[in-house]
Design a protein. Structure first.
Length: 345
């Protein structure tokens, strides 16, 4: 009554549907149900050695005469959904096992899903409705060209987003700085744009094509302490060794310095009568930079004040003389040189 193919398909479908109702394997239950229904529909399609399929679809002239096209459409759509779900599972378990980049995984899953459903649509047109695919593909090519010209900027953003997710120069949670001095924490990388939260807690949406053309500094990679630098100028009259020692003393007791690191201070350049100095210290995270730098500046200012070291150009006394006093002051030497009346005689 049934051929070997139908018996095999019905057996596997029954096993999958049975696994669907069992209490374990909750994550895989949708796959069991979808695969079981897909195999069941395949087994019931009318063939020469399948009397049940011939009866359901009325291919022999008698029977229920169910709409064969409807079952064909369901078969293609269900198969596409099953392939898409399996691909999403593979991406989760292999390429993105830690689930720390859900937006990147979703981007790849969406691209693959679009391709799978396009193939399913082509299959429905060619197999179910038996329409010639050449005309359909020619029309689709023209439509694709028109859409490509109209949406070239958007397509550029999408392709750039795909390249960013493949190369992964940064990810969600990383602190980055672009060449236009835009700095912040990456919140999301989607199809078209990347969302960054700035220090002011504003969300900046940057097209992926703009980021792909920019120089990106990732402050969160490699993992480990982040280096913070404070620059200041001190008068050349103060010995550099004294300034360097004062900087080290100011940074030594700071609670923001990463454990196991030692702050470094050094002179780096001359500027007229001043010397540039740099104080470098490590932080556990780039997110601590504003508070840590503010606290370190306060410690340096207090230390220099106690040691009598002036930051920048030392203060200079300036006397302000009124116009009349200035005239008297400039004539005084000339008056003093005039001979006395007795001397003229």
């Amino acid at each position: 009554m049934f051929g070997f193919l139908e018996i095999s398909l019905l057996s596997i479908a029954g096993v999958l549907l049975l696994l669907r109702v069992l209490p374990y394997g909750r994550l895989y239950r949708p796959f069991f149900a979808g695969g079981g229904v897909l195999l069941l529909i395949t087994a019931l399609f009318p063939r020469t050695d399948n009397p049940i399929g011939q009866f359901l679809f009325g291919t022999t002239g008698s029977g229920l005469r169910l709409p064969r096209e409807m079952f064909g459409i369901v078969w293609w759509i269900l198969g596409a959904w099953l392939c898409k779900s399996l691909l999403d599972l593979v991406l989760t378990r292999t390429f993105f096992p830690d689930n720390d980049e859900p937006h990147a995984r979703r981007l790849f899953a969406d691209l693959a899903s679009g391709l799978i459903y396009v193939l399913a649509f082509v299959g429905i047109i060619g197999v179910v409705f038996k329409e010639p695919l050449s005309t359909f593909l020619a029309t689709s090519g023209v439509v694709a060209i028109v859409l490509g010209l109209a949406l070239q900027n958007t397509l550029g953003d999408v392709l750039s987003g795909l390249a960013i997710n493949i190369e992964r120069p940064f990810g969600a949670g990383d602190w980055i700085t672009l060449t236009d001095h835009t700095s912040g924490q990456v919140m999301q990388v989607n199809w078209r744009a990347t969302r960054i939260r700035t220090w002011a807690h504003d969300i900046v949406v940057i097209p992926n094509s703009v980021i792909s053309k920019s120089i990106v500094t990732n402050h969160s990679r490699p993992k480990g302490p982040h280096r913070c630098i404070i620059r200041l100028r001190v008068d050349l009259a103060v010995a550099p060794s004294r300034v360097i020692e004062a900087l080290k003393v100011a940074a030594a007791g700071s609670p923001d310095v990463a454990h196991g690191t030692i702050p470094q201070a050094y002179a780096c350049a001359f500027s007229d009568s001043l010397v540039w100095y740099e104080l470098a210290f490590a932080l556990d995270s780039f997110a601590l930079t504003p508070d840590a730098k503010s606290g370190m500046l306060g410690r340096v200012a207090d230390t220099f004040r106690n040691l009598g070291i002036h930051i920048g150009t030392p203060p200079t006394d300036v006397r302000i003389i009124q116009r009349g006093d200035l005239a008297v002051a400039t004539r005084a030497p000339h008056i003093a040189t005039l001979p006395k009346p007795n001397e003229r005689r």
